[in-house]
Design a binder for this molecule. Structure first.
Ligand SMILES: Nc1ncnc2c1ncn2[C@@H]1O[C@H](COP(=O)(O)OP(=O)(O)OP(=O)(O)O)[C@@H](O)[C@H]1O
Ligand SMILES: [Mg+2]
Length: 247
């Protein structure tokens, strides 16, 4: 594996909240063009790993090398400019703004210079998510959960990220919608989008990812190709036989 192929390299990552350590020495990488999944149970540290990578939390130790640049001390907005987009757990769209305004906010780092081009990219977004076209002038808060997740993904894509990170694609969504969105991520990846997907629904994530990391108690317990992990008795026992906790 050549170093140039690696888009994201995380080494010895630690994330702490006060006295509590949520991530303890995580090493992982994502190659250009890959779809990589991070799976693990409630409280395993998945979100904290993404926060550490995206700069929403300053890691207490470790390195986050993105596109060859060491970014561990960068603020989240600086990382967005480098091409790192994160769709947070719970989506965090602006409920009182329209779909259009939410999309414009996704493109804000490019808006002043590339406005006409972004308008044409809205058409590409509408091809991916026809629902968003129908709902363009509607308040985002009035959308269904699945439509809000589509909006969150669309907003992430409009920053033209080299790496799209998604925290819990399936959260609170009906199985049919989850399948639809998973298929969409697979298609985006097939077109070249590099994706890091955090997901509690392990079998769904392994079905679309090429590789995955299994997180437990703040460290990587297992890693491998999706085929290897799907066949691992340990993964089967820990995740795949287990139903998601109903919130
Ligand atoms: N802001 C915070 N302050 C203090 N502790 C936190 C905070 N956020 C998370 N934690 C703790 O860090 C640990 C890891 O949490 P994290 O949210 O990263 O796990 P997760 O794998 O994303 O879980 P889930 O599947 O529930 O989303 C947990 O013990 C959690 O209670
Ligand atoms: Mg989480």
């Amino acid at each position: 594996m050549s170093e140039a192929d690696i888009l994201l390299k995380v080494t010895g990552l630690h994330v702490r909240y006060g006295a509590a350590t949520a991530v303890r020495g995580v090493d992982m990488h994502v190659r250009r063009g890959e779809l990589v999944a991070v799976i693990g149970n409630n409280g395993a540290g998945k979100t904290s790993i993404l926060r550490g990578i995206s700069g929403l939390v300053r890691p207490s130790a470790g390195q986050v090398t993105f596109n060859g640049v060491e970014t561990v001390s960068f603020a989240a907005h600086q990382k967005v400019r480098l091409g790192l987009a994160m769709i947070p757990e719970g989506r965090l769209i602006f409920a009182d703004q329209t779909v259009e305004d939410n999309l414009i906010l996704g493109a804000y780092i490019r808006w002043s210079r590339e406005r006409p081009r972004i308008r044409t990219e809205f058409d590409e977004i509408f091809d991916l998510f026809p629902r968003l076209k129908e709902r363009f002038h509607q308040r985002a808060g009035s959308l269904s959960g699945g439509e809000q997740q589509m909006l969150a993904i669309a907003r992430g894509l409009l920053s033209r990220p080299a790496l799209l990170m998604i925290d819990e694609l399936s959260l609170g969504l009906a199985p049919k919608i989850v399948d639809q969105l998973m298929g969409l991520l697979r298609d985006l990846n097939a077109k070249g989008q590099t994706i890091l997907l955090v997901e509690q629904l392990a079998s769904h994530a392994l079905a679309i990812a090429q590789r995955a990391y299994v997180v437990n108690h703040g460290h990587i317990e297992l890693e491998g190709t999706s085929a290897e992990l799907s066949g691992s008795p340990k993964v089967m026992e820990t995740f795949l036989g287990k139903k998601r906790n109903v919130v």
